[in-house]
Design a protein around this ligand. Sequence first.
Ligand code: MRU
Length: 370
Amino acid sequence: MNIDGKPWRTIWLEPDGGPGGDAVGVIDQTLLPHQFTTRSLRSCQEAAEAIRTMVVRGAPLIGVTGAYGLMLALQLDPSDAALAAAFEQLNATRPTAINLRWALERVRAKVQPLPPAERAEAAKAEAAAIADEDVAMCEAIGDHGLALFQQLAARKPGATLQVLTHCNAGWLATVDWGTALAPIYKAHRAGLPIHVWVDETRPRNQGASLTAYELGKEGVPHTVIVDNAGGHLMQHGLVDAVIVGTDRTTRRGDVCNKIGTYLKALAARDNGVPFYVALPASTIDWTIDDGVAEIPIEARNAEEVTQIQGRISTGSAAGEIAQVQLSPNGSPGFNPAFDVTPARLVTGLITERGVAEASEAGLRELYGRG
Ligand code: MRU
């Protein structure tokens, strides 16, 4: 996607940039929207830290960063022991998004049978393939989602399509295009009048900071709302569709996404608003059925709830990025980072292969497995 006229991906190779050979370039998402800064990851340890601290985030991008993290480890030490240690280190960074384990397993399966001297190059090629495939899958999701949006828009000729999204499932969460935002970009580029209600997405505000940033750079009309406003907007006919991403989708179509997604799905059902989830195949966990019972939910630091980060807007420190406290000293916080929306609340799964019913039969029809 473009930032001020320059095309960017969220992750790239910097040849000969690290102690073992290459480095991996990323955009530091903890500073957006106030500062656009890139970082070079020069070791597996730095890649793991970038995922853990959410310098990079979003299920598909975490997966690609993990894949490159294995490459960085193998460039320094291609032994079996180093491969196993790097796999564990990266896999332990964030537990919910299945894309991370999926990408790590894919690279490991490719390199493990090879002689150690060939492993780093093979990991590099596999990580690059995962990144390129992610771009292609997200663009295809955009095309399938666009067709859906065109159907919805046809019901209200001449009017603007009103779409609500939660968290950031845009190009910053992937390598390019995004999942839930890809159809929005496609619609905007196709000239379909569209406006996006952007949930701020407490506690880390990926909506207010990242989704609003992306949509602004692409010129898509949007409005940031507090997380609690969505139900009210739906009751007043101001939302034609909800579209979100997912960090893990079970075999039967339950979707795990940023905390608060479930409440949007409930409000959408109560108001007859279609609730779509956009995902690439790498987000499907074919090993589990019941998302509520079986998906591990990341519990993050309570300070993300009791404090908030922003740019100081007045006074002598204006312009600085700062952390401020919201709750009284001593009030504990609790910070589950994701929730599960049961398949029964999902109108459709928009995948790179088309739109599926959120059910085992629906997914099997597209992917030929169960
Ligand atoms: O905690 P984050 O910012 O990594 O959470 C991201 C989300 O919840 C996205 O909606 C999800 O990864 C789908 S992204 C394409």
